[in-house]
Design a protein around this ligand. Structure first.
Ligand code: 13P
Length: 253
């Protein structure tokens, strides 16, 4: 059985006081459920990571970064390394979020380097994949997801790949209020799991967790999670209020 994994991607939101308030709200509500029935994590902006880690205290809510650079250190102005993230207490790192692919312009090759560096640095990557609306309309969803997974995981041994969580986030469902229908998401999750079985093994494919992201909310969490291959949710907007994020966790377990 794969343990549900519910994570909040705060994107470029919160400030020095609201990040603490939000963390405390999540910590007080999530402690019991988080430890027993689900993995819970939040992905705050870089500058608030230490405050969030402190505010979450001994709760079982883990913390991750929204991005990372693949080099260990040196003259890379503005970038953050995996060892810095590890040093301050991060557990996870998002790699290849759709906004980094489509707004910032990250390539599959760069994302692959970030995934590999994240694992080498002792962090757990969440590799995000998903198609644009135009790609779905052109029946290219499976092709896009195949390319993003094959290139994103290129060169990784089965042991290393087993550290990865996949997040399927159809771009047309992100921040639009337009959630994928549970069956639509399930179809792609099933496809991703079969692809992982081909790339690696049935064992790896069965064990790896595949999150859905894209307008996940308290009122659709349970029906999405009822699908056999949806193992968790990567939540954007609805993770910015403790009440709604906690309600999503409840819906997911
Ligand atoms: P929304 O939940 O706001 O659609 O964002 C999803 C997402 O991009 C999470 O990484």
């Amino acid at each position: 059985m794969r343990k549900p994994f519910v994570a909040g991607n705060w994107k470029m939101n919160t400030d020095s006081s609201s990040c603490v308030e939000l963390s405390e709200g999540i910590a007080s509500g999530a402690t019991e459920t988080a430890s027993a029935k689900a993995t819970v994590a939040v992905f705050p902006p870089f500058v608030y990571l230490p405050s969030v880690i402190k505010a979450l205290g001994t709760s079982n809510v883990s913390v991750g970064a929204q991005d990372v650079y693949f080099e260990a250190n040196g003259a890379f102005t503005g970038e953050i390394s995996t060892s810095m993230l590890k040093d301050i207490g991060c557990t996870y790192c998002l790699c290849g979020h759709s906004e980094r692919r489509h707004v910032i312009g990250e390539t599959d090759e760069l994302i692959n380097k970030k995934v590999a560096a994240t694992i080498a640095g002792g962090l757990l990557p969440v590799l995000c994949v998903g198609e644009l609306l135009s790609e779905r309309e052109a029946s290219k969803t499976n092709d896009v997801v195949t390319r993003q997974l094959e290139k994103g995981l290129a060169g990784l041994s089965e042991e290393k790949a087993s550290a990865v969580t996949i997040a399927y986030e159809p771009v047309w469902a992100i921040g639009t209020g337009l959630t994928a229908k549970p069956e639509q998401a399930q179809e792609v999750h099933d496809f991703i799991r079969k692809l992982l079985a081909n790339m690696y093994s049935d064992e790896l494919a069965e064990a790896i967790r595949i999150q859905y992201g894209g307008s996940a909310k308290p009122d659709n969490a349970a029906e999405l999670m009822a699908q056999p291959d949806i193992d968790g949710l990567l939540v954007g907007g609805a993770s910015l209020k403790a009440d709604s994020f906690l309600a999503i966790i409840q819906g997911a377990i």
